[in-house]
Design a protein around this ligand. Sequence first.
Ligand SMILES: [Zn+2]
Length: 420
Amino acid sequence: MSLRKEEVSFCERTRNRTEPGEEIIHKITGFRLTESCPDTCARAGELHTAHGLVSTPVFMPVGTQATVKTVTPQELRDIGIQMILANAYHLYLRPGIEQIQRMGELHNFMGWDGAMLTDSGGYQIFSLARLREVNDEGATFLSHIDGSQHLITPESAITIQESIGADVIMVLDECPSFEDSFKKVEQAMHRTHRWADRCQQAQKRSDQELFAIIQGGTFPELRQQSATYLASMGFTGYAIGGVSLGEPKELTRTIVGETATLLPENKPRYLMGVGSPEDIVYAVDKGIDMFDSVLPTRVARNGALFTWQGRFNIRKSCYSKIEGPFDPTCNCYTCRNFSAAYLNHLFRCEELLAYRLATIHNLTFMNTLMNKIRDSIVNATFSSFKKDFLANYKGTDEKLRMSQKEKWLASQQFSKVDRG
Ligand SMILES: [Zn+2]
């Protein structure tokens, strides 16, 4: 197999990072930009991982506890999912890193042979766990499972993720609240930079891509400082963290647009914890390549199903009379085989199959959306695709979205299992 120029240079770099005599497990990894939209910042590319090629822009379903809730890896494959996300924080606490290593790393343990990314745990420690202390050494927190105390440092975050064995791993970052003061956000950003440096130094495996995380809250000057500093450190990819934490959507879009323009052209850009179909379309327009969110799977379990006109709840009584599929234009397993009336019945009875069939539908919708986005970028029609999509798709009302999120957060106190 011949390697393209970019891939060769990436291989040489990874080779240099490997100690003499140490085995290089996978060589062909890296990112290649293939198309750029002439009218917007949208781009299409290829992320080459140790577990296959991922076409970007890509949406990653979230498998917090080493499972995308309710569906099997084969179902994910059948839908066309290329890459999933797992949470290092949760897996470190349960079943524990030794168990995952003993079972041949996470791909083997959970039976998923596609590409995978792990979150470092920064977000969970700062927003979900009971945080005890943060200092330059690391973050001390209490487990949400049994209250035991743990210290995660930048070095241990890398060791944990190297043991889990995902294809893309993340630096440990400090995530301030979007309501924090400039000074507090600035301090967290500087600490994130120091930790990013230590994570880079700590990385031993040459078959995993380490992504940096841009912080800086809602302050444009801090975002600029963070993006510029981390870009100069030569990471293999860049994530925008600390967004979609409750701030208004318009503000998120502005931050994303301004930050993306400061990131290297030839490296993948990942917007963490986003999102909804409309948010993804807006962010692709700004040049984002990778997304993850629990939203499509979580709302599916509440009966909220995506269509090209927006989200509708299958629990509503009007669906009990519909003999045809929920969405006649959808070719997912659920819509090909079951009526809307049957889905409505399953949800009303709280039958377990309801959650699985709804998840299959929503993940198929997300995958189709990403395919359409990629095709439109390749065909130089993304601008009109975006216009048509947003004209037809009715996004969730902002006030309703915030009240749903607050309710969910309140119900999950100290027993949180998902991010976002
Ligand atoms: Zn469907």
